[in-house]
Design a protein around this ligand. Structure first.
Ligand SMILES: [Mg+2]
Length: 363
């Protein structure tokens, strides 16, 4: 099926890719390189001097000062970063050419990707326009939401039954509960993966302890129960209190060696000490769709869009597979394993709208 008005000239796209900036190569090489391997988000709770280094990392991943500052007219650092991670909208034709003849599958983070980062995480709603864009993509391609939020909560935000949902950083995966194109899609509906279910009691216990200790002593701190993991949001915490907040969280977690602490965008994440992350969720979902390493893995073109350090695990999987497109949502230069960038959720919406118009061979 070819939609009118859509130009997918493969040669043009290859020429465009070749003419891209000198630092940019697409498809990317099959390795992430040293810079990818260094992107570890886990905090070592046992290190004596961890607070200072953790605070530095926290500030670097939560650039509130930069967000308030206008972009300089000439910013060599930003220009260099954009050469290495060009806009997925500007390079859409090259991306479409690489996807030609393959099954596109779409994976979307939620906060900061489909919805803006807002002060109250309970108010992180997506626009109707974004919902329609996601609905359109899901009607064409297998589509999943991969979020640190609890699966039920992110479903409440998105409200589309035809999607796969991977909540709790991929530790709670469920297939579509309805498929308008395939009312009998029982196989998709049977997809279920909960690798951390044994941690449910301890997560509930730690949630209560964190609410009691952190929310009552750190103004603005908010603890969110995501079922298989917890989030300690510091979006509304004064920067001068970040160190105290971290110490409070660490003091609770020291009694729970089975849990680990990771850092996201203006959030601390408490997770079970299991080898499972958004990258593992991506691999599981590709396998569930029939595109695992032992199957038709070369026939798929996964597109993963996310804004957070926790999304880097998924970008690394795409690098390791040497396929697809990782897209980081960021206005500012960040160390990333993603290939492309988009500036903010509005650009994600525009990208999804263009994706819907892809040539029929990608279905
Ligand atoms: Mg996010």
């Amino acid at each position: 099926m070819t939609k009118p008005g859509v130009v997918l000239g493969t040669e043009d796209a290859v020429v465009a890719a070749a003419a891209a900036a000198r630092h940019f190569s697409f498809p990317p090489p099959r390795t992430g390189g040293d810079s990818c391997r260094k992107l570890a988000a886990q905090v070592d709770l046992g290190a004596a001097a961890v607070t200072g280094s953790w605070l530095d990392s926290m500030k670097a991943s939560s650039p509130r000062h930069k967000l308030m500052a206008p972009l300089a007219a000439a910013d060599p650092e930003h220009d260099d970063w954009m050469e290495r991670h060009p806009s997925a909208l500007d390079r859409f034709d090259a991306l479409a050419a690489a996807a030609k003849g393959k099954q596109v599958a779409v994976f979307l983070d939620y906060d900061g990707t489909l919805s803006p980062i807002v002060e109250d995480p309970d108010n992180a709603v997506m626009t109707d326009e974004m919902r329609e864009a996601v609905r359109g993509v899901a009607a064409r391609f297998p589509t999943a939401i991969v979020s640190g939020r609890g699966r039920d909560k992110v479903f409440d935000f998105v409200g589309l039954e035809e999607l796969y949902y991977a909540g709790s950083h991929g530790m709670d995966i469920r297939g579509p509960t309805a498929d308008p194109n395939n009312p009998n899609g029982k196989e998709a509906r049977s997809v279920l993966c909960q690798p951390a279910s044994e941690f449910l009691p301890v997560i509930s216990e730690v949630y209560a302890a964190l609410v009691d200790k952190v929310e009552t002593s750190i103004p603005g701190a908010k603890v969110e129960n995501n079922k298989f993991c917890l989030s300690v949001h510091f979006r509304c915490v004064e920067e001068s209190a970040w160190g105290a907040l971290f110490e409070q969280v660490r003091s609770v977690l020291k009694d729970y060696p089975g849990l680990r602490l990771t850092q996201g965008r203006k959030v601390l994440e408490v997770r079970p000490m299991i080898k499972w992350d958004k990258g593992k969720a991506l691999e599981f979902l590709l396998g569930a769709l029939g595109y695992g390493d032992d199957g038709r893995g070369d026939e798929v073109f996964p597109i993963y869009v996310g804004d957070d350090r926790t999304d880097e695990d998924a970008f690394k999987v795409l690098r390791a597979r040497g396929q697809g497109a990782g897209i980081l949502v960021s206005k500012f230069p960040k160390e990333t394993c993603a290939t492309f960038s988009l500036r903010e959720p509005g650009e994600v919406r525009d990208f999804l709208r263009r994706l819907v118009l892809l040539d029929g061979t990608n279905t």
